[in-house]
Design a protein around this ligand. Sequence first.
Ligand code: F6P
Ligand code: MG
Length: 425
Amino acid sequence: MPLPQPAWTSDPKLFAYPTVRQRWPTIVRDAADECRRAGIESVAAKLSHLLGDFESDARVTAFPEDAVARKPELRAYNESLAALGTVTWRNGPWLFLECYLYQLFDDWFLEAGRKFDVFENLKTSTFKQLSAGVLELCKRVDICCDELKKSSEDDLRLLFIEFADILLWGNATDLSLLAGNVTLQDIRSVQGAEVRKKNEDKILVNDIEAAWAHLDKKRGRVDFVLDNSGFELFADLCFSIFLLELKLATEVHLHCKEIPWFVSDTMPKDVEALVAQLEEPGFFPESAHIANFAERVRALLAAGKIKVLHHPFWTQGGNFWALPQLDLYSDLKQLSLVVFKGDLNYRKLTGDLQWDPTTPFRTAVQGLAARLPILALRTCKADVVVGLKSGEYEELARQYEAAGHDVGEFWTSSGKWAVISFLGN
Ligand code: F6P
Ligand code: MG
């Protein structure tokens, strides 16, 4: 069976379309302002020029040789681009172009001799505004760790499910969505426990029980292919503490991005920054629960129980299907679970192809099936979605349009629905 086509930026029925025309310009404009504030005029000028390229729908060109010399993995981008033929910003494969875009930013900073995370202030200021959610979760972690060591197997199962749920909706804090239609108020509202309950019927595929059964049997290492820093990373750390303290995992490995990526993705320095923010007087209102949390994370990092890792594989331009062939895989295959967080990781698991929505997840991950124990926790913020029941996609499109949205199909990118997909190995 030939594979379906990838999501393309020229298709008005896909979220790729407004992304290139509205969301990327907002992100680039904000980044240019941030560069000016930091006195990095050369990159600010390039970003401003890029806005014109979006507008005129310029051709996307290969990275020059000096860029490849600075960063050899850009050669693979050039090879993919050559294989695609002529591609413009508004007429090309969305996933590849968006990855290329963040590599382009990074190269401009490298060229200017600066190691600069242009999104860092945004990451920090957003996290600072989420103190209520942080406090609620720190309390919960204290309760779990102190009281639940004597808990029954069924308590553990319920807590696993509850934490997975928190993790899932923690993904709604992707800051790149702030450039579009989600407000900070929305972000806050999905964090409350009550709202989480109400959101249960918004989880369209829910394999969490199967994931629990697998993890409970293995109780080995758990890896997280991380997504966003700030609140989502904080939720990942809550889950990590829970798994380690209750002996559901022996070690947790956190896989980070090496460069600023899709605005808010976690780089290794963001993990350290987050713990420091929790410790910093005045960053959040004073609380023993928050202090305990920071102490627990520090202790687990120092003991090597939580490891913070990075690899250029996570910032390549394509899907994840080659993962089993990489050196990373020899390291990953002993795992009890690999948790892929968020929307972009889901797009890379499924190739960002236009699969029929009833395609089984097993088919959509192609070469990864049965090779790794995969748990994908994803709020839907792009077009691709698989594993749905027959007619479900169309029914949601009808409902979304009836609720006043111009394009019914955009329910898949609204962040209001989610999927939890599991595949054992
Ligand atoms: O939906 C907008 C978007 O920027 C997509 O391009 C991308 O897949 C996603 O958000 C990033 O979301 P997440 O942080 O959950 O991977
Ligand atoms: Mg992200």
